[in-house]
Design a protein around this ligand. Structure first.
Ligand code: GTP
Ligand code: MG
Length: 377
């Protein structure tokens, strides 16, 4: 994931660095020119007032001062490493060293990374969020940002983390333990990875000493019940099913009833998808939700579909209401735009990322780690 963003962000950082260094050099040169002018003026003023008998003595003193200045300049000269090769540039005097970052500086930084993120399906509102975060972190900072790539990297990393919302794994487990049975409704378009994610979640619950039961609420698609049955059998998890064409709300209701009497910890309700989100699907899901009264409604989205999945999540959130997101197929998604956008757009956290077809291919989402990964080598 983030293959394209990672590479391009590195290029952008180098380009930002170059632009900022040029600005800095210009500033230094201007400062030096000003100092030179003042010196010249002083010289002229002095020449006018000097008596001929004092000239020799003054010349001697000037020679001494020049020597000292030249020694000081040597000390003040520094070296910076640019892209492996060493380049000598004068180091600013202390007073000029700390530059106060302006809105224009941040806009320049933002315009560099904006195109990278846009190309990789990051939603526009998320980009605006990142810009706001960058401004909050950088504008007014009295710091030598120009000479400090790490500082810039950090600001970008924190700004990206600032638009992500994670549902902490530990909190998720403690939420589940707070109510028995805890009911989870799984929704999403067809092929998003709902049924596979339910199987992965069963494995996750079992390894956290929680007993799950699954409800075959997709009575619409051919072979959907058998698909869930195969997973349930492999994982040794009870399954509640009806026949094809049956009311999914009735399946969910029965699963909850079973969980209460069998003292199961979690009910996972599978549902059908449609190729597009039509009225029938929305009505069906609304009914399942009304009847099963889930404690958590999770939207499953296919990360590969980029902007589309974010739009789907918005519709599901508006029509049915979602509490958390899981993005599947993060293992094959090279862009990562959906992962960076979905929590900011829906204002609901990402719980896990699906990273393969195996039962263990479900990793808890961590916003700091995700942002660091984008900026890592
Ligand atoms: N590479 C990869 N494939 C995945 C992942 N999650 C699901 N899949 C695959 O995506 C395909 C669709 O997954 P399903 O779980 O059947 O999707 P669904 O949302 O239940 O689909 P419908 O029942 O048709 O609505 C299957 O081939 C899964 O193996 C993932 O995280 N990574
Ligand atoms: Mg399914």
């Amino acid at each position: 994931m983030f293959d394209f963003i990672k590479k391009k962000i590195k290029d952008s950082l180098n380009s930002i660095q170059k632009k900022l260094s040029k600005e800095e050099e210009k500033e230094i040169l201007e400062e030096e020119k000003k100092e030179e002018n003042i010196l010249q003026q002083d010289k002229v003023e002095l020449k006018k007032d000097i008596l001929p008998e004092d000239k020799k003595e003054i010349k001697e003193e000037v020679r001494e001062i020049k020597k000292e200045v030249s020694e000081l300049k040597d000390v003040e000269k520094g070296e910076t490493k640019a892209e492996g090769k060493q380049q000598k540039i004068p180091v600013k005097k202390k007073s000029i060293l700390s530059h106060t970052v302006t809105e224009e500086d941040v806009e320049m930084i933002y315009s560099e990374i904006k195109s990278v993120l846009l190309e990789n399906n990051v939603a526009l509102s998320v980009l605006e969020g990142i810009e706001k975060e960058l401004k909050n972190r950088l504008v007014g900072q009295s710091i030598s940002v120009f000479g400090n790539k790490k500082y810039l990297e950090n600001a970008i990393k924190e700004s990206i983390a600032g638009v992500l919302i994670a549902y902490d794994k530990e909190k998720f487990i403690s939420d589940i333990k707070s109510k028995k049975p805890f009911i989870i409704l799984i929704i999403g378009v067809n092929g998003a990875g709902k049924t596979t994610t339910i199987a992965k979640l069963c494995k996750f619950f079992l390894s956290n000493d929680l007993k799950p039961v699954v409800a075959a609420g997709d009575t619409f698609r051919a072979a959907s019940i058998e698909q869930l049955e195969i997973h349930a059998k492999r994982l040794n998890v009870p399954i509640i099913k009806h026949t094809y064409g049956a009311d999914p709300a009735a399946v969910a209701f029965d699963a909850v009833k079973h969980a209460v009497s069998a003292k199961e910890d979690v009910v996972l309700i599978d549902t059908a998808g449609r190729s597009d989100i039509n009225k029938n699907l929305i009505e069906e899901l609304k009914k399942v939700k009304r009847v099963s009264k889930p404690d958590l409604t999770i939207f499953i989205g296919d990360a590969l579909t980029g902007n589309d999945v974010v739009k789907q999540a918005e519709v599901f959130n508006r029509e049915i209401g979602i509490d958390a997101n899981i993005l599947s197929k993060a293992d094959v998604d090279k862009k990562g735009g959906a992962v960076l956008s979905i929590s900011y757009v829906t204002k609901k956290p990402i719980l896990f990322l699906g990273t393969g077809q195996g039962y263990d291919d479900l990793i808890p989402f961590n916003r700091e780690k995700t942002a660091s990964f984008i900026l890592s080598e």
